[in-house]
Design a protein. Structure first.
Length: 239
C-alpha cells in the first residue's frame, strides 16, 4: 500500500478493525484516512446500504492516521448513482452527488475543521446568517426563504397577511439621475409560471397594458415636478 502514490489514494478491500469487516474502498488524502466508499451493483437501492457504509466510519484500524475521528466523508455508489454524507455537517444526512469529490476538495474541508472548529462546513455557516429583512418581501417569499434555511425538524409559523397599506412595499420615489426622473412601480397578477401558455400570454398582455396606462397617467405629472438642483441642495444644507 503506497499512500504517497498521489494526493488522493483509494485502497480497495481495506480490512477494518473487528467487527467492521472490509470496506470496498478506504479513501486517503495526504496519507490520512478521510472517507470510505461502498460500491454496489447498478440497480441497488442505496438507501438500504447506508447503515453498512456508516458502520465503516468507526472501524478504521488504530495504526492508520486519521485527522478527524470518525472519518467524515462517506460515499455509496453504483457507478451511475452516488450518495454522500458529510459527517461534519450539523444534522448530517445523505444526499445525491454527481461523483466522489476531488482530493483537493476533501483536503480543504478537513483543514476547515482546524481553522473554523465551531463552523467548519457551509451548513454550519448558513445557520449563522443575519436575521431576514422582510420589509421588501411578500409573505410567500418570507416563508420560502425562512423554511429553506431552518434546521430540519424545526417549526415555522407563517407571517400574518399584510394589510392593504403594507402591500405598498415602497413609496414612489422621484430622484435626479443625470437630469432624468424615474420611479419604481410593481404590478401584480394572480397566476404561476406553471400556467398554460395561453394564460401566461394573457398575463403578459395585461402587464404591458397596465404599465402603459401608468405611463400615460404619471409621465406628465413626473415631467411637471420641479426638483432642487444639486447646487441649491448643498447651499441649503450649509446654511
Amino acid at each position: 500500500m503506497n499512500l504517497a502514490a498521489g494526493r488522493g489514494v483509494a485502497v480497495r478491500e481495506f480490512i477494518m478493525k473487528p467487527p467492521h469487516g472490509r470496506a470496498d474502498y478506504l479513501l486517503f488524502v495526504d496519507g490520512s484516512a478521510v472517507g470510505v466508499l461502498e460500491a454496489k451493483p447498478a440497480g441497488t437501492a442505496l438507501v438500504n446500504v447506508e447503515p453498512q457504509r456508516d458502520d465503516y466510519a468507526e472501524g478504521v484500524p488504530d495504526d492508520i492516521e486519521i485527522p478527524i475521528e470518525p472519518i467524515p466523508f462517506l460515499y455509496i455508489s453504483t457507478g451511475k448513482e452516488t450518495r454522500y454524507n458529510n459527517g461534519l455537517d450539523p444534522d448530517a444526512r445523505t444526499r445525491n452527488v454527481v461523483a466522489v469529490h476531488r482530493p483537493e476538495t476533501l483536503a480543504e474541508w478537513v483543514s476547515e475543521v482546524y481553522t473554523s472548529p465551531l463552523e467548519p462546513t457551509l451548513r454550519h455557516r448558513l445557520r449563522k446568517l443575519p436575521p431576514l429583512d422582510t420589509g421588501d418581501l411578500w409573505p410567500a417569499q418570507i416563508e420560502a426563504t425562512v423554511v429553506r434555511t431552518q434546521p430540519r425538524g424545526s417549526s415555522f409559523t407563517p407571517p400574518a397577511p399584510p394589510t392593504a397599506q403594507a402591500r405598498v412595499r415602497r413609496a414612489p420615489r422621484v430622484d435626479r439621475r443625470e437630469n432624468a426622473r424615474y420611479c419604481r412601480i410593481f404590478v401584480r397578477h394572480a397566476g404561476t409560471i406553471d400556467d398554460a401558455q395561453a394564460v401566461l400570454d394573457e398575463i403578459r398582455a395585461w402587464g404591458v397594458e397596465r404599465l402603459l396606462r401608468i405611463r400615460r397617467v404619471f409621465a406628465p405629472r413626473a415631467r411637471a415636478l420641479t426638483l432642487p438642483s444639486p447646487a441649491s441642495s448643498v447651499d441649503g444644507a450649509s446654511t
